[in-house]
Each structure stands twice: as C-alpha cells, then as structure tokens.
Design a protein around this ligand. Structure first.
Ligand code: PLP
Length: 353
C-alpha cells in the first residue's frame, strides 16, 4: 500500500498464475504447458533471428505472423490481430470491445483472469452459473448484456461446447460482442472461427502457448470481423506499438507453418489424456470429460487440497482452486506418458495410506 498509487490500484485483485518452481526434477502438471517442446522449425527460426538485427524494432503490426495465421485458418489478413500472449489480446478486448453500460456476462467457473480484467478496466459483470454438470447452457445467455465471454473448451473444467450452441448464443446477441477464448481448442473442440465470416459480433481468441508449446515466447491472436480487429488495433497502438519481439514473431510464424509437428504432438496429448482418464477412473476419481490438455477430477473420499499437497511432497505439482463449487477438484495437466505414470503411481500410494 502506498499513497503514491492511483486510486484503482487499491481496488485491484490481481491474477495469481500457477507456480513456476525453481526446483529441478519436479513433475509439473499445474499450468497446462505442453509436455513436448516447440516445433524444431520454430526453435531454428528463433535462433536464426538472434543477431545484429535485434538493434532494430520489430515489425509493429506483425504482418508475417498475421499472414501465417490467416493461411492456417483460411481467413483474410485484416481479420487477424496478434498480441503478446492471448492474455494481452484478452486485455485489449476487455478494454476495447466489452466495456459498455450493460454488464458483461461470463460463467461462474471459467478462466479466473476475466474478473481481474473487469477490475482493471472497470467493466461491470454478471456471473452466469454453469449447470450442475459444469456445462454452459446457451439459454442462460439470452439476457440483456454489454458483451459475453467464455472459454471453449472451458477452463478449468475441460468441457467443450458444441458449435451449434455457440451459434445460438451469437444469434441471440446481435448487439453484443461474443468472445470465445479458444486457448485449448486444438485438443478436440469445435472452433468458432467458421462463424467469423457469418457474424460481425464474434471474436475468437487463441494462443500458441498450449497446443504449439510456445508459452515462453508469448504469442496470442484473435480472429474476427475487420471492425472488431480495427478496434483492437486502436487499443494496441495506444498501449504498446511493438508487443511481439523479433524472436517471438519468427517462432510464431514457423510454429503456425509446421502443421506436421503440431498434428503429431496434439494427437499424443489427446491419446495420453484418454489413458490418464482411465487410470484416474480406476483409482476412484470422477473425471469430467475433457477436450483440453488437462483433466479436472475429484476423489469422493479425499480432500483435494490434501491430495495436492501430498503430491507436491512427492515432487508432482497439480493445480487446486480454493473457490466455491470446485474446491474438491484437481486440475491436472496432461504430461508425457512417463509423467502421467508417475502421477498415477504416486496417487495409488497416497490412496492406499
Ligand atoms: C492459458 C490460457 C490463456 C492465456 O494464454 P497466453 O497466450 O499464454 O497468455 C488464456 N485463456 C485461457 C482459458 C487459458 O487457459
């Protein structure tokens, strides 16, 4: 606390990211990073641009990256926005597209950064409870609002929403921007990018942090109608002209272009997810169906926070949220087969005790 702070700083309730421990040999299943490294082509492209050219500013608009994303999704370049991680793209979206007189709607259980941005940008919001099965019911979003945002598949539940249901929400809200945060879409969900050409009020946000294993490079993007993208560009150019450095831009382009590596690694994650779902089920866990690179699971007889701390003592970190409705769940990132086997072995011992 300081008398030098602007008044809003006193009111902020900042996001708390999952731990990035300094210890080695920990099995890190707590922040949904990809267990396989970035594309070797992305790594080579990044190394290739670490030279004397770093004295120059990068391309302020990240044209090459926008082009690579536009090529991948078969959309026009002016429908693409890029930013320093999707968190930055989200921040510009909250400030530039979701701050209106009526409240922003989002699920009670979703990415916990959304309420944080509401605090920072003074966006009124209303929480819409997920159903008992932790699903989004599109009918719940047919009410007056100044915008809608949800993650699909949702985090931390892992559950996906059908494209028809997303379209229902979009059609019911022609006067609001509907933002679909697709951080995990590549692990089995149905993307809403196909709705962008049909509706001027859909904004899809994605990241290269999860399915393309570039969390450390901070590359995110949005796809939407040109007018929405134009709004985001205006905010970006009023905040930071060069949000993506040369290295991140080069890696992002190569990662988007290396479709073979992307396909191979996302398939491996999805296969391992099915294996781990079975193993946890056999240990008595209730596991929500996941379309992501993590599982959301609870054990009927064990306290989740105790399980998490016992696992930690065993060198395995998973995420536990001490919040209503989900405080008995663990969110477990899909690791390599070896990491998942170590988790299962550790849980077996813990449950025996
Ligand atoms: C990981 C995540 C993000 C942030 O991704 P970055 O691009 O790394 O900033 C955004 N939304 C959801 C739902 C996420 O899980």
């Amino acid at each position: 606390m300081s008398r030098f702070w602007s008044p809003i700083v006193h009111e902020l309730d900042p996001y708390v990211p999952g731990e990035q421990p300094k210890m080695e040999r920990l099995i890190k299943l707590n922040t949904n990073e990809n267990p396989y490294g970035p594309s070797p082509k992305a790594l080579a492209a990044m190394r290739d641009c670490v030279d004397e050219r770093l004295r120059l500013y990068p391309d302020p608009s990240g044209e090459a990256l926008k082009q690579a994303i536009a090529d991948y999704y078969q959309v026009p370049v002016p429908q693409v926005f890029v930013g320093n991680g999707s968190d930055e793209v989200l921040a510009h979206t909250f400030q530039g597209l979701l701050q209106h007189d009526l409240p922003l709607l989002f699920p009670d259980i979703t990415y916990s950064f959304y309420p944080v941005y509401c605090g920072l940008f003074e966006v009124e919001h209303e929480l819409i409870p997920l159903t008992e099965q932790f699903e989004i019911d599109p009918q719940d979003y047919a009410r007056p609002n100044g915008g809608i945002i949800f993650a699909n598949p949702n985090a931390p539940t892992g559950r996906g929403l059908m494209l028809e249901s997303i379209e229902t929400i979009v059609q019911a809200n022609p006067d609001s921007v509907v933002v679909v945060d697709e951080a995990y879409i590549d692990f089995g969900g149905q993307s809403a990018v196909s709705l962008v050409s049909k509706y001027p009020n859909v904004l899809v946000i994605q990241t290269l942090s999860k399915s393309r294993s570039l969390a450390g490079a901070r590359v995110g993007f949005a796809i939407g109608h040109e007018d929405l993208i134009d709004g985001l560009e205006r905010v970006k150019n009023s905040f930071n002209s060069y949000p993506l450095d040369r290295v991140a831009l080069a890696g992002g382009v190569a990662a988007m272009q290396d479709v073979d590596y992307f396909e191979e690694t996302r398939q491996k994650v999805m296969q391992e997810r099915e294996v781990l779902t079975g193993s946890l089920g056999a240990l008595g866990f209730e596991v929500l169906p996941s379309q992501t690179n993590f599982l959301f699971a609870r054990h009927p007889e064990r306290e989740a926070d105790v399980l998490a701390s016992t696992l930690r003592a065993d060198g395995i970190i998973v995420r536990h949220f001490n919040t209503p409705r989900i405080d008995q769940f663990l969110r477990i990132t899909i690791g390599t087969a070896q990491e998942c086997a170590a988790l299962v072995a550790s849980l077996e011992q813990i449950l025996k005790a």
